[in-house]
Design a protein around this ligand. Structure first.
Ligand code: NAD
Ligand code: IPM
Ligand code: MN
Length: 355
């Protein structure tokens, strides 16, 4: 089993260090761990945010554990050299088209939700976000216009792209509560019209899943009004990015939500994937020991489950995290004073107790 760890920038290395401690504590047999540079640090060291060597390392691994990329020093670089291009490049080069972002309330954490506790308690949803298309990967550029410089980004989805992510969404719903909400902007966008028509076609293969459609503006409103109504949310790259950050505040903190980015490639133990917190490099708190490592630790749990076939270990990590989140060991993001490594310590203690 080979895992490539790409810590990246800002709090990326701080939170992946805690995930690494958890991984080491599992003492899995026949595990090889590689580490590579990615993002701003890679640009500074190698002249490119996604060096060929890092990409090859990721390709050769069974799974990738990713921290975060983004560096204020690099904000004025041309787009192709910005740290963010590294994660976009990994997602597209590795064919990782399905991004799974679970968000569930924790008993004992309701007081930290931006919502009223009785509303927060009902959250148990999964955002299935398309990751290889949309306005992210369309043609883009700058041109002159009567109004001065004009930036433009083309948004598009073809049927094949919608179909494959729709299958992921319906299959996820079958394993959950059997409900799928497709989120689009079909009242305005041609991209969304094709999206919706294609999702309706695919739905015929899943008569056991209850499908509904929601415009993205309404979905954003419904998520803070009554998030408990959602099971699986199926949506495109941009809407999924925004709605998942919003879901994190409904749960309690962006430092809690993990993600899996999957394609079709099978390994000897499961499906190849890249696993990362949904948050970024958080330059405002980087280097201060204030980052919550739970999202990174839960990303490791998803890695163990989906790519390495280690359901027992994944479940043990998730149960340990639930205990820590319900305890008084909380970071600044959850109104506490625990440092990044103290939260890591607490997870390790709970894992020992559960062993
Ligand atoms: P961000 O997610 O980095 O931070 C948003 C806010 O949440 C900040 O106040 C931050 O301190 C807080 N936060 C984030 N993670 C936290 C954690 N684990 N514990 C406690 N608090 C946490 O988003 P941003 O500020 O918009 O972006 C910063 C940089 O990160 C940018 O360069 C952006 O492009 C990049 N980014 C990268 C990824 C990624 O690597 N996948 C994701 C999102 C943003
Ligand atoms: C995320 C991030 C990325 C995205 C950026 C850094 C490219 O916000 O992983 O959610 O927009 O997908
Ligand atoms: Mn995001």
């Amino acid at each position: 089993m080979k895992i490539a760890i790409l810590p990246g920038d800002g709090i990326g290395p701080e939170v992946t260090e805690q995930a690494r401690r958890v991984l080491d504590a599992l003492d899995l047999p026949k595990l090889t761990i590689w580490e590579g540079d990615v993002g701003g640090i890679a640009y500074k060291r190698h002249g490119h945010p996604l060096p060929q060597e890092t990409l090859e390392m990721a390709r050769a691994a069974d799974a990738v554990l990713f921290g975060a990329v983004g560096d204020p020093d690099c904000d004025d670089l041309p787009r192709e050299h910005r740290p963010e291009q590294a994660i976009l490049g990994l997602r597209s080069e590795l064919g990782l088209f399905a991004n799974l972002r679970p968000a569930a309330g924790y008993p004992g954490l309701e007081d930290m939700s931006s919502l009223r506790p009785e509303i927060a308690r009902g959250i148990d949803l999964l955002v299935v976000r398309e990751l290889n298309g949309d306005v992210y990967f369309g043609d883009k550029g700058e041109r002159s216009s009567d109004g001065g410089r004009e930036g433009w980004d083309a948004m598009s989805y073809n049927e094949a792209e919608v179909r494959r992510i729709a299958h992921t969404g319906f299959q996820a719903a079958q394993k959950r509560r059997g409900r799928l909400t497709s989120v689009d902007k079909a009242n305005v966008l041609e991209t969304s019209r094709i999206w919706r028509e294609t999702v309706i076609e695919v739905a015929k293969e899943y008569p056991d899943v209850e499908l509904d459609h929601m415009y993205v503006d309404n979905a954003a409103m419904q998520m803070v009004r009554s998030p408990g109504q959602f099971d699986v949310i199926l949506t495109g790259n941009l809407f999924g990015d925004i709605l998942s950050d919003q879901a994190s505040a409904c749960v309690g903190s962006i430092g809690l939500l993990a993600s899996a980015s999957m394609g079709e490639r099978q390994t000897d133990f499961g499906t190849f994937g890249l696993y990362e917190p949904i948050h970024g490099s958080a330059p405002d708190i980087a280097g201060q020991g204030k980052a919550n490592p739970i999202a990174a630790i839960l990303s490791l749990a998803m890695l163990l489950r989906h790519s390495l076939g280690r359901e027992n270990e994944a479940g043990r990590i998730e149960r340990a995290v639930a205990k820590v989140v319900a305890s008084d060991v909380r970071g600044a993001d959850l109104g506490g004073t625990a440092s990044t490594s103290e939260i890591g310590d607490a997870v390790l203690r709970q894992m020992t107790a559960l062993a």
